[in-house]
Design a protein. Structure first.
Length: 195
């Protein structure tokens, strides 16, 4: 009887540990992107996007503080729908992709808020690193995708000051807004633990 009690106690302790394990996710490159919006001449919004997102999301819904994000964005693929403007954005006038082809975000903290998650981290663009805060909607999923791979959706927003990163330093705010809104859409795929 005593042995049964010990076994029951061990199983009771082990069950929460199994449920609380973190999972690892990576962005689906065909369904993930970072979009940006910036005001031009104080008249209209210009929109663009970055594709080719790679990285890792560690997710622990039981203890969200154990979650983390590490993302790399290929800046060379910036696309606003206008080739001449895209070439200018890739030049030394803005992103200088010859010297800084990628941007990275590495989280330093993840917490719950009333509307989802708050993710604080270091964003490095144009060789400059600044702390930014992402407001993340509650994750969607997981659901089974093609090949029985589980997918989870993450949507986040933030606003950055382009001048803080030295982007378009010669362009005044009246010509090109200092503030840039970012919208991040990640379709993340569950990675199976190594055997």
């Amino acid at each position: 009887m005593k042995q049964l009690a010990v076994v029951t106690a061990v199983l009771a302790l082990a069950a929460p540990l199994a449920v609380a394990q973190t999972t690892t996710w990576t962005p689906d490159p065909n369904h993930s992107e970072v979009d940006f919006t910036i005001r031009h001449l104080s008249l209209t919004n210009v929109r663009g996007r970055f594709g080719k997102i790679t990285g890792t999301i560690i997710y622990d819904p039981a203890d969200i503080s154990k979650s983390s994000v590490q993302i790399t964005i290929d800046v060379t693929g910036v696309d606003t729908g206008v080739t001449q403007r895209d070439n200018d954005l890739k030049s030394a006038n803005y992103f200088d992709v010859a010297n800084f082809p990628g941007a990275t975000f590495v989280s330093t903290g993840v917490a719950r808020n009333a509307n989802g998650l708050t993710v604080i981290g270091n964003l490095t663009v144009h060789g400059v690193t600044k702390s930014v805060t992402l407001m993340v909607e509650p994750p969607v999923g997981p659901i089974d995708g093609m090949g029985n791979t589980k997918h989870m959706g993450f949507s986040a927003t933030t606003t950055i000051d382009r001048t803080a990163f030295g982007i378009g330093a010669k362009m005044p705010n009246a010509m090109l807004s200092d503030n840039v809104q970012l919208e991040i859409e990640l379709d993340a795929m569950l990675q199976k633990p190594a055997q």
